[in-house]
Design a protein around this ligand. Structure first.
Ligand SMILES: Nc1ncnc2c1ncn2[C@@H]1O[C@H](COP(=O)(O)OP(=O)(O)OP(=O)(O)O)[C@@H](O)[C@H]1O
Length: 913
């Protein structure tokens, strides 16, 4: 009997001989173990005895097993210095069984220290040294080999399987004396049942131990078998579910087919449009039937595609992929929507290879086509004579080219057919002599030359009828009309589509429009191309448009999403823009510019009467007898409420008036508030407008214009292409002879200001501002700065056309003479005092007319613009002064003799220059 330190092992830990465990121990215990290690020379041993009652963790006194295991402490890991409260880790290696010589009673805090206790080694008993009987060893070997084989089989490939195989070879080779030891090793590593292990620990007779191990292994083998069987059963039930799902899917497909068959039968029986059966079908079945119908539709469309064409090849490829991919998967949805897009485009088909539709061809062939087109334009738009004339020319060209292309097409087709007949004859002759040759692939039939008509670009302020002219052209040509809004398009993909790899990708605006049009020859209106985003990291949307608009390239336009060339050569493109400034040069080069500059009041009244009022009456459910808008009232709306180049706000205002009258009429008709239908007054006069539309926005605007020193009125064209009047204000402030320019001015307009001041300084003596030619009017008699400002500072302004207005402003400021507020001017000046022509005359004159300016000063070279572009009524109503020099401009602005010229001074100055 000897004494050993007893280490109680927490429930359910057990250490068997020949096994190893690593367990955490508390600080006190760790320290005790550490001192044990320090005291002993070799690796110290202790008795690891399991605590058998599971409740000891909850504070009950622990009960130790009678048997334990002598263990060698092979390793002790101390907690780190940084965190000393951590537990120790001790690794024990079981050596042999040990029995407590007498029961050891522990207090509840037992695991915190190791008592020394007398023990008896199992090996000292006589039984331990005995060799087990042959039968026991054979039974043990058999059972362990069987178990190991099962474990190896179930663990699949890898290191575990190898470990079991190693065990097997050990079992086979083990000597009879060592069989007990092997039983310990195997039970330690295979058996996990606590009670079994505890019992096994108490068995010190090798014979008995082998028998017990045999029993345990047999039990384990059957457990493994049962577990496998259960797993297999679960597996089977899952695959059964899958099978059931698959069969259900098939059943649904069969059901759909039967439904389709029934539907077609009932349609045949009851005639098309009958829905006698539909009541009995469930909504849920409808969905499936619709799905099947869609697929059939896609299939039909693919079959109708021209054989051998790119689109057909692509569709067939995708269709096959679609069939392979299970329904309901994401990929299936992606392919399906792609196929839906691809098949919904108007591709040339086997039956109609020519891309221009029969209806539009018929319209073009009609001899009265141009007369009808003219009628159509007249019916839709008032005035715009020049533009209509240009559009008729355009339509004539489109017609001629299209007809010529058709003729060419017919000729090519005839040739092709002839060649085909010849080839067939030759094949017949060949067949009689040789083996039949393979059929040749069908090539795309000959195609009409693309119609390369000019691309029209309508430029003008909002509401001048650009979009509606495009619609009229489409109506005249009997083609579908589609509008593609490009305002704010920054991403090339919006025009060309996103590649299919993107989530939620789709085709671009062009392909979408083509699908909506349903024909390959629509009129496509590219609206607001001046608002197209510039080149950025999303690509260049303008560049994509260039390809669309280029007749040389657009017969094979590739949308990123479809990835199949689309023929756009039959489509007619019309662009619209408010101004040309932001349109890129290459894009402008492709277009023929048609300018719509706005309407005179007279034209507006006509447009309102003929088009806008009837349209609004229709929209609001009234007829002409219920609203009588007098000319005065219309003019008042146009002048005081909606001062614009176009007629959009006018239309809106008329809409408000009509709605007001609609309410009024309804009240009278219903007899509300003592009103009767007889007392209803349809007339709307100018005085009623304030009650309907509120206070006039522009009323008295002219009165605010004042005749002041240093202020003159210039003419401008604003961003949206609208002409108007802008004051040029200047004041003198104490300073040192500098010029300050404000109002968000660009480089050119700033230079123009400096130019004007230089001219004025040079002519200061002649104008009587200074007493000698050497004096600087900004320094003598007092040193001043001139501050010139153009209001609406938030709006960017540029261009040279404010030259004469600025000169007049400086002259007015320095001389004290003033320019009357009914005069406005535009014109560029040179350093030598010449007035050179400027653009936008029509818009500016119309703007001046709207602002009730009665006299405009313009460069002489712009005379022809006024004569050609400005309506007669306006020319009659306004006075035009065409000037060649600044002196003439000053005289026109200030009035004859108002400025005290020292005439003799001029030649002197000239010669000095
Ligand atoms: N000459 C005209 N005759 C009859 N109606 C006209 C005329 N000009 C414009 N309209 C009408 O004015 C309205 C606005 O025209 P539209 O939409 O074509 O303007 P837009 O020039 O395209 O403007 P935006 O630049 O804002 O797109 C339409 O209802 C149109 O029918």
């Amino acid at each position: 009997m000897s004494t050993l330190a007893v280490l109680p092992l927490q429930h359910p830990l057990i250490l068997l001989p020949a096994s190893r465990i690593t367990i955490p121990v508390k600080k006190e215990l760790g320290q005790q173990l550490a001192s044990l290690i320090q005291e002993s020379e070799a690796q110290p041993v202790l008795a690891a005895v399991p605590i058998v009652n599971a409740d000891s963790a909850q504070g009950e006194a622990p009960v130790l097993n009678e048997w334990g295991c002598v263990a060698r402490i092979t390793r002790l890991v101390r907690p780190s210095a940084l965190n000393p409260s951590e537990t120790y880790l001790v690794t024990l290696h079981g050596i042999t069984r040990v029995r407590l010589a007498r029961p050891l009673k522990l207090t509840s805090n037992a695991p915190e220290f190791m008592p020394y206790h007398p023990v008896e080694y199992g090996s000292t008993s006589q039984k331990e040294g005995q060799v087990p009987t042959r039968e026991a060893i054979d039974a043990f070997k058999r059972s362990s080999l069987r178990l190991l084989e099962k474990l190896g089989h179930d663990s699949g490939k890898g290191s575990r399987r190898d470990a079991w195989a190693k065990f097997s070879s050990m079992v086979e080779d083990i000597s009879d004396q060592r069989a007990g030891w092997l039983a310990d090793v195997m039970v330690g590593s295979i058996i996990s049942e606590y009670a079994d292990r505890l019992e096994f620990l108490s068995e010190c007779d090798p014979e008995e131990r082998l028998k017990r191990a045999t029993a345990l292994f047999i039990k384990q083998t059957s457990i493994t078998e049962v577990a496998k069987k259960i797993a297999h059963a679960v597996d089977e039930s899952v695959s059964k579910q899958q099978k059931e799902f698959f069969l259900r899917q098939q059943m649904a497909a069969i059901q759909r087919e039967l439904n389709a068959l029934n539907n077609s039968r009932s349609n045949l029986g009851a005639g098309v449009g009958s829905d006698s059966d539909s009541g009995s079908a469930s909504e849920l079945d409808d969905d499936e039937a619709a799905n099947a119908d869609d697929m059939a539709d896609i299939r039909r469309k693919i079959e109708a595609m021209e054989p051998g064409s790119e689109e057909r090849k692509m569709s067939v490829r995708e269709w096959r992929r679609l069939k392979r991919i299970p329904q309901g998967s994401v990929e299936n949805g992606v392919i399906r929507s792609y196929l839906e897009w691809l098949t919904s485009l108007p591709w040339p088909s086997e039956t109609s290879p020519a891309t221009t539709s029969a209806e539009s061809l018929e319209t073009l062939r009609d001899r009265s086509f141009l007369t009808r087109a003219r009628e159509q334009l007249d019916n839709d738009h008032y005035g715009l004579e020049k533009i209509k004339r240009r559009l008729i020319e355009y339509l004539a060209v489109v017609r001629l080219r299209q007809l010529a292309a058709e003729a060419e097409n017919a000729k090519m087709k005839a040739q092709e057919e002839k060649a085909l007949v010849l080839a067939k004859d030759a094949a017949k002759q060949d067949a009689s002599t040789k083996a039949p040759s393979l059929p040749k692939p069908v090539a795309r039939p000959p195609k009409a030359n693309p119609v390369k008509g000019p691309i029209l670009l309508f430029v003008g302020p909002p509401g001048t009828g650009k979009t509606s002219l495009g619609q009229s052209i489409a109506r005249a040509l009997n083609r579908p009309f589609q509008r593609i809004s490009l305002g704010g398009v920054r991403d090339e993909a919006e025009i060309r589509g996103h590649r299919r790899t993107y989530v939620a990708s789709g085709p671009g605006a062009i392909v979408q429009a083509l699908r909506k049009a349903g024909r390959s020859d629509p009129v496509l209106l590219l609206d607001e191309i001046d608002k197209l985003g510039q080149n950025n990291f999303h690509g260049d949307p303008g560049a994509a448009l260039l390809e669309v608009l280029d007749p040389e390239q657009n017969h094979s336009f590739v949308d990123h999403y479809l990835n199949v060339p689309v023929d756009l050569s039959q489509a007619l493109f019309i662009c619209t823009a408010n101004s040309l400034d932001t349109i890129s040069q290459p894009l402008l080069d492709r277009c023929e510019i048609i300018t719509l500059s706005g309407y005179t009041y007279d034209e507006k009244i006509h447009i309102a009467r003929r088009f806008l009022l009837p349209k609004q009456l229709r929209a609001n459910g009234l007829d002409a007898s219920q609203v009588d808008l007098t000319d005065d009232a219309l003019l008042c709306v146009a002048t005081n409420y909606t001062r614009e180049a176009g007629v959009r706000s006018l239309e809106r205002a008329i809409g408000s008036v009509v709605r007001y009258k609609a309410v009024d009429w309804a009240e009278h008709a219903d007899g509300a508030n003592g009103k009767t239908p007889e007392r209803y007054n349809p007339k709307v006069v100018a005085d009623d407008l304030e009650a309907i539309l509120g206070l006039a926005r522009w009323d008295g605007d002219e009165r605010e214009r004042e005749e002041r020193r240093g202020v003159v009125y210039g003419l401008v064209v604003m961003g949206a292409g609208e002409g108007g009047v802008m004051p040029v204000e200047s004041i003198a402030v104490p300073g040192s002879g500098h010029l300050k320019l404000t109002g968000s001015l660009g480089e050119v307009i700033k230079e123009s200001g400096e130019l004007a001041l230089s001219w004025v300084k040079t002519h200061a003596y002649a104008l009587g501002v200074t007493e000698s030619t050497r004096e600087d009017p900004l320094r003598v008699p007092e040193a001043i700065d001139i501050h010139l400002h153009l209001p609406a500072g938030a709006q960017k302004k540029d261009g040279p056309s404010a030259g004469i207005a600025m000169t007049c402003a400086f002259v007015s400021l320095l001389t004290g003479a003033t320019v009357p507020p009914h005069i406005a001017m535009t014109g560029e000046i040179t350093l030598r005092g010449k007035v050179t022509p400027v653009g936008g005359i029509k818009e500016k004159v119309l703007g001046a007319h709207r602002a009730q300016i009665t006299k405009v000063i313009l460069p002489y070279a712009n005379r022809k613009d006024v004569e050609q572009d400005v309506a007669k009524e306006i020319r009659k109503e306004m006075e035009f002064c065409f000037v060649r020099t600044v002196e003439e401009a000053l005289e026109a602005a200030f009035g004859k003799g108002k400025l005290g010229w020292r005439l003799k001074a001029l030649p002197l100055l000239e010669s000095r220059l």
